[in-house]
Design a protein around this ligand. Structure first.
Ligand SMILES: *Cc1c(COP(=O)(O)O)cnc(C)c1O
Length: 408
């Protein structure tokens, strides 16, 4: 009897140990689910039934390029921004290129922009044959530095051998508006076009006024991970000027005014009906998606406040749409590797400023001042997970892992 009860206890204990061990093994074999830095699939799944229905409707229509569905999207997007005209194109780089061409910027012209941006901003300027010159950024907003911009404008006005200064492309990086009142004042004073690069700022506002309504013309990318994203490549240009809207429409399709008759040399940069139908669904939820980003940003800002990191600073007259939530930290690379190992999706936007990239080195630097802030910040910036469908748990895990790194 005693032996039997001992055996029962022994097997029970053994089971417990075995279970615990297999639990451990289970933990090792199945790593924690990684937290994605951005997640276009989640944004499809969130609106799946509507998107699937839209796709089916287009397939059944037998009509696949431009037309009514595309025109409807253009009008709805223009209404969202608060301008009369929207002209869709194939991607964000084309949007910038066609916007520049609509403003007659080309060979012999100079365009001022920033180096701390997606390389597409600078590439588009060269695509039209103009010369890009990069201006430094403000260390708080990550957008074009106004004093440096003015100094370079004054320099270029005096030395014409570089070409004619024609335009400024401010970039509303990470979803934060550039200082548009100051930029517009300079543009008016010196007779320059302003082409807003809004690829990261769909819905952002400055002084209660949408980004994209300030300049002469504004270019948006609708790449899948942007605040408004297609399921493929897409872009749109908006403007308040009818003459520019007419030129945009002509330029995106071989310079046609009427079918088969080219008035001006154009290109092919049309939007698919499929993408327009998908974008019309997603546009309905853009405000809600931006609010989700803002709520997540608020949680980060509150719960990371005690750590020795520089968090995004938002002025009172700004509505930031957090395309990215970017912190600044010393020993960024260590933290980046640590978070990656913990399964926290982080990224660096962008690791190398355009003027230091092999393709542009020595060709796009300013003649006045330097790009010191740009070069310093790119060593410290880190983009945390940010998309509208991050769960509370994912945000909390990100915060916990960050805190852990600073504690150790
Ligand atoms: C994404 C992006 C672009 C380019 O858009 P594509 O659709 O990829 O061509 C241009 N400028 C900025 C700031 C961007 O973030």
């Amino acid at each position: 009897m005693a032996a039997a009860s001992f055996f029962r206890r022994w097997t029970a204990e053994n089971d417990r140990i075995l279970q615990a061990k297999s639990g451990e093994l289970f933990m090792i074999a199945t790593p924690k689910k990684a937290i994605l830095q951005t997640n276009p699939k989640a944004s499809y799944l969130a609106y799946k039934s509507e998107i699937d229905a839209a796709i089916q409707r287009v397939l059944d229509s037998g009509f696949y390029i431009l037309g009514e569905e595309v025109a409807a999207f253009e009008q709805e997007f223009a209404d969202f921004i608060g301008v009369p005209y929207g002209v869709s194109v194939a991607n964000g780089t084309d949007a910038l290129e066609i916007a520049l061409r609509a403003c007659n910027v080309g060979a012999g012209d100079v365009v001022l922009t920033v180096s701390h941006t997606a390389v597409a901003t600078v590439a588009a300027i060269e695509l039209v044959g103009a010369k890009p010159i990069c201006i430094d950024i403000d260390p708080v907003t990550f957008t074009i530095d106004i004093d440096h911009l003015e100094a370079e404008i004054q320099y270029l006005q005096q030395s014409s051998e570089l070409g004619t200064l024609k335009a400024i492309i401010p970039v509303h990086l990470y979803g934060y508006p550039a200082n548009m009142p100051a930029i517009m004042e300079l543009a008016q004073r010196y007779g320059l076009y302003v082409i807003e690069d809004c690829a990261q700022a769909h819905g952002a506002m400055l002084d209660h006024r949408k980004i994209g309504t300030w300049g002469d013309i504004a270019a948006f990318s609708l790449y899948p991970t942007k605040n408004l994203g297609a399921i493929g490549d897409a872009g749109i240009v908006v403007t308040q000027r009818e003459d520019l809207a007419d030129r945009l429409k002509s330029l995106r399709q071989y310079g046609w005014r009427e079918r088969y008759i080219s008035d001006i040399p154009g290109m092919n940069s049309r939007l698919d009906v499929l993408q327009a139908a998908i974008l019309r669904v997603k546009l309905k939820y853009l405000n809600r998606d931006n609010q989700s980003r803002q709520t997540i940003a608020q949680t980060y800002t509150t719960q990371l406040a005690h750590l020795p990191v520089q968090l995004p600073q938002v002025a009172e007259n700004v509505s930031h749409v957090y395309h990215q939530y970017v912190i600044q930290v010393e020993q960024r690379d260590n933290l980046f590797n640590f978070l990656k190992q913990q399964g926290v999706g982080v990224a660096i936007h962008y690791p190398l400023p355009v003027h230091l990239q092999r393709a542009y080195q020595g060709r796009v630097s300013p003649h006045t001042g330097d790009l010191k802030t740009t070069e310093q910040l790119c060593q410290k910036i880190l983009s945390l997970p940010m998309h509208p469908f991050l769960t509370t748990e994912e945000v909390q895990t990100t915060i916990a892992e960050l805190s852990k790194w600073f504690k150790d």
